[in-house]
Design a protein around this ligand. Structure first.
Ligand code: SF4
Length: 370
């Protein structure tokens, strides 16, 4: 597996990506929920076959870092035994489904996500990063999270289907929700969407049955979550927390945060809420990512207490850690940083080639500073 780099694919357990610290093995728990036993088993596997570091990704996956080439296949067997990945690699690749993490047994999100999982074989072959969003609670919670075909609650209170990149969608017939979503996935392929790769980039006019003026309802406030510094936790820390407190299940969110179910009120939080790393976004940077020429997280941690707005430190212009704009964005390039204000990592910088030691002078002393 050495040097195996997957590009244009969403890496998963069967198609790990090589990083500077070893293989990244991504686990997509069914409906983004793990039992206590699954979580403890995952932690043990992360330590046995990797570095023990676990990332929570923007698709609500758990990414085991530092997995060795020699341990990868044994890790797969452990994950299958824990029922955390499908034994079939193709089915695993198709199960790219983001669910509203606050679903309840029997509600629409739970029902529709299970139906889609049961019908994965009915989907066409889709581009590697193509994903689905099932956000069917009383109001959407995933409007800011990426996904190509989305089932959401509409402003009128019905369920609707919306293609990413379009502001509106169509109301869905009760009972036909997943069949309609699958039909639109087939339309995407037959209308040439594979070349575009993502629905938002596929500019063909939608078929009449998938075009409408239904709008998603206003976003619901997020329920309580446990944010992780830079979206990362060590398996030992997670396993210890589960052991010390009566955590029944763990839910994975796309917000660099977990939800622990079953803990008693007043249980101490896993991390202090004011920890700087919780408020800043920073990708893994160098040396773990081969695209990075700069270290990112130590700088973000140093700057975050002094930045009143949002801060994003990115190892390169790809901006993996944050898709939304931030007030201050530092983007690594050739061992230095470019400064973007109120934008994304790929936007035009207002300053270039900054040494980390001089960055505070630029972000605090200039017009527009936050
Ligand atoms: S933003 Fe660039 S440096 Fe950071 S993780 Fe993504 S590819 Fe690597």
């Amino acid at each position: 597996m050495s040097g195996f780099v997957v590009k244009g694919w969403c890496p998963d357990a069967y198609r790990p990506m090589a990083a500077g610290d070893g293989l990244l093995v991504r686990v997509r728990p069914r409906l983004a929920r793990l039992t206590r036993e699954q979580t403890i088993g995952l932690c043990a596997a992360a330590i046995a076959y990797g570095s023990g570091e676990i990332d929570v990704t923007q698709r609500a996956n758990l990414q085991l870092r530092g997995v060795t080439d020699a341990g990868w296949r044994s890790l797969l067997e452990r994950l299958v035994a824990l029922d955390l990945i499908d034994a079939d690699a193709d089915r695993q690749a198709r199960a790219n489904i983001l669910v509203a993490p606050d679903w309840l047994d029997g509600d629409d999100t739970h029902r529709l996500a299970n139906e889609l999982l049961a019908r994965l074989d009915d989907l066409p072959v889709l581009p590697g990063k193509f994903g689905f969003v099932i956000d069917a609670g009383t109001a959407p919670v995933l409007l800011g999270d990426p996904g190509d075909l989305r089932i959401e609650r509409s402003a009128a209170g019905a369920l609707m289907l919306r293609a990413d990149g379009r502001a509106t969608g169509v109301p869905l017939e009760p009972g036909a929700e997943i069949a309609t979503l699958i039909a639109l996935a087939h339309w995407f392929v037959t209308s040439g969407g594979t070349a575009a790769g993502r629905m938002a980039r596929h500019t063909a006019a939608l078929p009449a049955w998938a075009s409408g003026d239904a709008r998603p309802a206003a976003a619901a406030p997020r329920g309580p979550v446990t944010p992780l510094p830079f979206g990362r936790i060590h398996a030992n820390t997670l396993a210890r927390y589960l052991t010390a407190h009566a955590v029944r299940t763990v839910r994975v969110t796309p917000w660099r945060a977990l939800i622990f179910e079953g803990i008693a009120p007043g249980t101490p939080p896993l991390f202090p809420a004011d920890e700087a790393a919780i408020r800043a976004d920073a990708c893994v940077g160098a040396p773990a990512c081969p695209q990075a020429s700069v270290a990112t997280r130590a700088l973000a941690q140093r700057l975050a207490p002094h930045v009143a707005g949002t801060l994003h430190v990115s190892g390169c212009a790809k901006g993996c850690a944050r898709a939304q704009p931030a007030d201050v964005v530092l983007v690594g390039r050739d061992g230095r940083f470019d400064l973007v204000r109120h934008g994304r990592a790929g936007d035009s910088p207002v300053r270039t080639g900054l040494h980390p030691d001089t960055i505070p002078d630029h972000i605090f002393a200039e017009p527009g500073a936050v």
